[in-house]
Design a protein around this ligand. Sequence first.
Ligand code: FES
Ligand SMILES: [Fe+2]
Length: 394
Amino acid sequence: MRHDEQVRLIKQLCAQLDSGTTVDAGGVIRMSAMAYTDLVIAEQEWQEFFVGMPHCIGLSGDLPELGSFITNNDLGIPILATRDQDGSFKAFVNSCRHRGVIVETQERGTTRRFTCPFHAWSYDTSGALVGLPKPEHFGDVDTSCLGLLPLQAEERHGLLFVHPDPKGTIDLDFLLGEWFNDEFSTWRFDRLIPLAHDSYDVASNWKLALDTFGETYHFPVLHKNTLNNGFHGNVQCYDEDGHLHRMILCKRAIDQIRLSPEEEWDIRFAGLPVYWLFPNIILMPFEAGVYLVRTYPDRANPGRHLSRINFYVSPDIDQTNPGIKEYLDFQTQGFAGVIRDEDYVMGASQQTTANAAAIPFILFGRNEPALHHYHQTFRKMLGQEPLKYLSINE
Ligand code: FES
Ligand SMILES: [Fe+2]
């Protein structure tokens, strides 16, 4: 992020702290909790937002060397992504061209060949079929046409994007927009290396998980003994453009930082940038690296989802230093624990009442603009009516 933008945002946070104000979405909106339970909506979302769009499946650091690979089964089709021998990023349908067995079953690793466990057809990192046992017995086939089915794959700003539909195309100029394309280019996500990851199967809709990242109104309450120690709750910057938004949460360290010269201000120390990548990704650059959160629906059950949380850090950080290690453990385990034990517990609770249609609608306050934006954007993309402001006598 450019330094003048960092200064602007830090001043905005200070102004809110000084005046006791916060962001204002202009009104309160209401939404039926059916958005979290309805099977028809869930299937539309699955088709439009998940199998119908390119997705970020990790960072460049997940494929650090020639022959590195990762697999992904979150998007309805088994995906094998590789760092090919020329350094390029490639992705394939992870299904053997003989009789369809999943070729690579490990989550990640490095290899020159992927060998199918059924009859040992083997493929290289460019997806080409490079060998099969007893070809004279198997019969005549054109091996040049029987490589792993390619998927569109593109690496930009250190993010790995794959389209799960073999016929799909990737348009990152649209997906990231001018704003994120410009701002992400400054974060150097491409340098980061994986530090830790965790995943949670949660009894809540995938959007309820996203919702928990969309406001800090709850920090002094739900996180009173955890995040509230490090953040000023209910203080934030919020900007949006089309299907993109960015929040800046306010760290308590801002109280000291604002006393230092402006040239030294760094938004990662004064705040926590939270980028929403439509539809299901939260990216949060922090002092040492970035948090990547992805939420995936359970296609068969709108009341369940899988959250994946990955932590990446700068290679300049000395992870052998005990003090730094303690700090990183706090950033990873501590952060993941808050999400798992505090935020997602609220999500599951909301899902319980949504399943029971317990209340006629839920509310998103003036101080929760990111929640307005998530849901208005989802609805717009699905051709639904926008949510209305609540009038005072409703
Ligand atoms: S199914 Fe893969 S080698 Fe037969
Ligand atoms: Fe939270």
